[in-house]
Write a protein that binds this ligand. Sequence first.
Ligand SMILES: Cc1cc2nc3c(=O)[nH]c(=O)nc-3n(C[C@H](O)[C@H](O)[C@H](O)COP(=O)(O)OP(=O)(O)OC[C@H]3O[C@@H](n4cnc5c(N)ncnc54)[C@H](O)[C@@H]3O)c2cc1C
Length: 428
Amino acid sequence: MPKVYVRVHDRLTTMIALLVAGMHRMDLKSGSPFWMLKNAQAAFHPPLHVDHRCDVLIVGAGITGALITRSLVEAGIGVCLVDRRQVAWGSTSASTALLQYEIDVELQALARKFGIGDAVLAYRSCEQAVKNVAALAKNLRGVDVRSMQSLYFSSHWYHDRRVRREGELRKQHGFALDSLDNAALQARFGLDAGAGLLSTVAAEVDPVQLTRAILDMAKRKGVEIFERTSVEEIVATSRSATVMLGNGKRIRCKHLIIAAGYESERFLTQRVARNRSSYAFVTDPIEGGAGCLERCLVWESARPYLYARSTADHRLLIGGEDDAIDIPLKRDASVSRKAETLQKKFSERFPRISLNVAFSWAGTFAETKDGLPFFGAHEQHGPRVHFAMAYGGNGITYSAIGAEIIRDRLLGKQHPCAELFSFARLRH
Ligand SMILES: Cc1cc2nc3c(=O)[nH]c(=O)nc-3n(C[C@H](O)[C@H](O)[C@H](O)COP(=O)(O)OP(=O)(O)OC[C@H]3O[C@@H](n4cnc5c(N)ncnc54)[C@H](O)[C@@H]3O)c2cc1C
């Protein structure tokens, strides 16, 4: 298609997506997310029916809001949390929850954009965050979490050199990994790919259990949690912030943290990310376990990428096939077809593993232009409103770093990633 038609077509599809999203309240999920079925039974928290005051108000009780709550409570800061749904019932329940330090943008590409110092800082911080989240989950009762290896493989022969270069650069900067050639990939994974990078810092978790466990603990420590309580409007000054709720009540606080996931953007007039739809399915439990993938996450160098992980009850959870834009009605209609495509592509890659689709689903998923998240204040609302937009394929890892950035900011300290993960990036 000539460039000009592509642009017009892109704009038209984006306009239709915005129209559809505007007609409905944002709908984050389609199909049957596995974690929602597995963890259907939950404790309920009441809605807020009166005006309220608190030191720090967090909007959003997904994994991001939970990790921020925990780090603030540990620092001795008083927190109140509201969510317009139930705890962990937003995108967190649709997440496939692979914990990897390798973000969607390769280290070499990130280095070209930000310089090698910042690129390594981002990767190193993610590596530490994966370890921290895994350790936290292991310490909480009733959370399925396992340490894993992670394999990144070349999708096409013409990606082989790039993947090998990526491995060399990471090794040069102290990241522990093994470079695998075709023979090693065939022998260990039955995978016909030209190059692979196998790292040992990775984990998989049940994100709903983790979020609930963190917030149950926070509640025992005095944190107030209000569900089915929607924030509609923010009014902020340089000294405080007030939010207007859907029921006409208001909450006044010294600091407001917007951890509203992919719905955070409604509080910004500036567009800072692009919404996509992402698809996944989970198999029935596999007799004898998931073989070479029982303890290894896999993903590939093509974009959008195919990826897989196991679960504690020996299923495989496979995802990918992202749509370039998120249209909830189209997403609802595509779940089964996308699961079939994912199954076919996975079986072509891993012919030794036979699988059966049990449940499939899809969710909204947002990405920033450079693959990095945004944490911190935006000039539109001033210094008392902090955004926690852990956007990208490594959202949970990012949330863990964001929780530290926001805690440090409230304590008057500067986290090493604060500048790199801030809205200041948009000015360059
Ligand atoms: C299919 C899929 C696969 C993924 N795979 C991975 C993966 O493998 N690894 C990884 O690290 N990440 C992955 N992610 C990303 C990860 O799931 C997200 O980064 C993470 O769940 C976001 O958590 P959150 O708490 O920021 O958002 P959410 O879980 O959506 O929580 C935000 C909460 O805010 C509430 N809220 C929104 N607006 C308001 C309002 N106005 N008032 C009150 N409450 C409000 C919502 O109800 C919601 O509960 C995946 C995402 C998807 C969709």
